[in-house]
Design a protein around this ligand. Structure first.
Ligand code: EPS
Length: 377
């Protein structure tokens, strides 16, 4: 099992993450982790902060001569914009942010103390940890990507594309918001421009796909080990995500069973069971079924508005506009990368739980044995 935890404030010294339960013998490519951190900063509509930071990881534990040694991996991402003690007080909480509930909960007088930790900056730590999880999964040919399927009112017509096709179409060197539908992407950018001009913000929907998964991760045997539940929790923990969908879960709720479930077939050449469709999104009974994992995260608009909503000053109790902070107009593309990271962490954890996890070599042996067993069914 993999466990992780982060600490650090948005404008503090940095974000730190500890990843416990790491197997030995994994080459921890710092360059790959940094590429993932850069991907999180990407996306049209991101704010000024992304022009200041150049997120880089410093590995501070768990690695010797480039390889993991079985101890917890510790990583630090230093904040360039370290100014937490000089920032002004925030006394008009922003609707939609943790400001007001945080003030009440922690008995604070300045919402700065809340927002510094509630900020999505913390997700840089999770992306670093997720990159390590991706490196574990890569050893077993499991790959993960994300793409944007909606920003504001603009929806992509990209359903049914393969993993490889989405990867090609969302290449970050040409894409603006990691959307596979180029026509929709153009409209998304126009909507972002308009929202910015109006002092407003946008939400949207990202999809995370994982391919190469074996059947049998997670279990129906106990509620808290159902993989679909754990994936939903992980995605829901990404700031601003208000709903999660697995496969075509929402649409399937209104279909007949005969149109919702995925007929079973057998490929005798590859000695494996396949499906005629993938409405289930890769899990049945809380267990992976060997089909691509398809998850969607529904993100509300960023809570910091250029033209703020009404709020109340917590000192005077008088009406005052909500606080304005430098922020993003939208961050759906970035949330997709965080979605990839938390998905990778859940999958790697379930993988280590199933195949025993003290060294990569041991896991490979166990994995091969399991695949052989599955082929005999
Ligand atoms: C973020 C850093 C923040 C915001 C954003 C995410 O930078 P700053 O607050 O210095 O402008 O861009 O935070 C939020 C959306 C939020 O609600 O707090 C980051 O690194 O992802």
């Amino acid at each position: 099992m993999l466990r992780y935890m982060t600490a650090g404030e948005s404008h503090g010294k940095g974000i730190v993450v500890i990843l416990d339960g790491m197997p030995s013998g994994l080459m921890l490519e710092e360059k790959f982790i940094n590429t993932e951190l850069t991907r999180r900063m990407f996306g049209y509509g991101r704010g000024g902060r992304m022009g200041i930071e150049k997120d880089r990881v410093e590995i501070i534990g768990g690695v010797r001569k480039g390889n993991t040694i079985g101890s917890p991996v510790g990583m630090l991402i230093v904040n360039r914009d370290h100014k937490i003690d000089k920032l002004p007080d925030v006394t008009s909480p922003r609707p939609g942010h943790a400001d007001l509930a945080g003030l009440q909960k922690y008995n604070l007088k300045d919402a700065r103390d809340v927002l510094e930790r509630a900020s999505a900056r913390e997700t840089a730590g999770r992306v670093a940890a997720g990159a390590v999880a991706k490196l574990i999964l890569r050893e077993f040919d499991i790959k993960i990507l994300s793409h944007v399927i909606k920003i504001g009112s603009v929806e992509a017509r990209a359903g049914g594309l393969t993993f490889e096709k989405v990867l090609e179409l969302t290449d970050e060197s040409v894409s603006k918001v990691r959307c596979a539908d180029k026509e929709a992407e153009k409209l998304m950018c126009e909507e972002i421009d308009k929202a910015k001009k109006d002092g407003d913000t946008l939400g949207g929907v990202f999809e995370v796909m994982a391919v190469g998964l074996p059947p049998g991760l997670g279990t129906y045997a106990q509620w808290d080990r159902r993989l679909d539940a754990n994936l939903a929790r992980a995605l829901m923990s990404v700031p601003a995500v208000k709903a999660v969908e697995i496969g075509d879960g929402i649409e399937c709720a209104g279909r007949k069973g005969s149109r919702a479930h995925d007929a079973i077939q057998y490929n005798s050449g590859e000695k494996r069971f396949t499906r005629a469709s993938n409405n289930a999104g890769g899990t049945e009974g809380g267990v992976t079924n060997g089909e691509p994992l398809i998850l969607k995260g529904y993100m509300k608009p960023i809570a910091t508005l250029g033209d703020p909503l009404a709020s109340v000053d917590i000192n005077t109790k008088e009406e005052s506009s909500a606080a304005r902070e430098r922020s993003d107009v939208t961050a759906v593309a970035a949330a997709g990368v965080v979605g990839e990271a938390v998905t990778a962490l859940e999958l790697a954890s379930a993988f280590l739980e199933k195949f025993g996890g003290d060294s990569i070599e041991e896991i490979k042996r166990n994995y091969e044995g399991y695949l052989e067993q599955v082929r005999k069914i």
